[in-house]
Write a protein of this length. Structure first.
Length: 95
């Protein structure tokens, strides 16, 4: 029983770590977007407002991926272990 609980806790921690890898993508994407926007503004300064607006919208949408990953990681660390251990204990009691 203790081994099964340890496996549940370990898998939840691994899943949370894997989910946080998704935080790398938005950082890289936003960096590329800002760099491209700076280049576009340097080439055509009169299009500054439209480029900036589009860049900010794209960065906001890209950031949601990282936030979803954070929410999943928090759920895997704080909520899932208790639920899974309760399911295991109830299953063992019924056997």
């Amino acid at each position: 029983m203790e081994i099964a609980i340890g496996i549940i806790l370990g898998c939840c921690a691994l899943g949370a770590g894997t989910a946080m890898i998704a935080g790398i993508g938005p950082g890289i994407g936003e960096g590329n977007a800002v760099a491209s926007a700076c280049e576009a503004i340097a080439r055509q300064p009169e299009s500054k407002s439209s480029v900036t607006t589009t860049m900010l919208m794209g960065c906001a949408i890209a950031e949601t991926t990282g936030l979803y990953a954070l929410v999943i990681a928090i759920l895997l660390i704080f909520v899932a272990p208790n639920l899974l251990v309760d399911i295991l204990v109830n299953t063992m009691k019924s056997l």
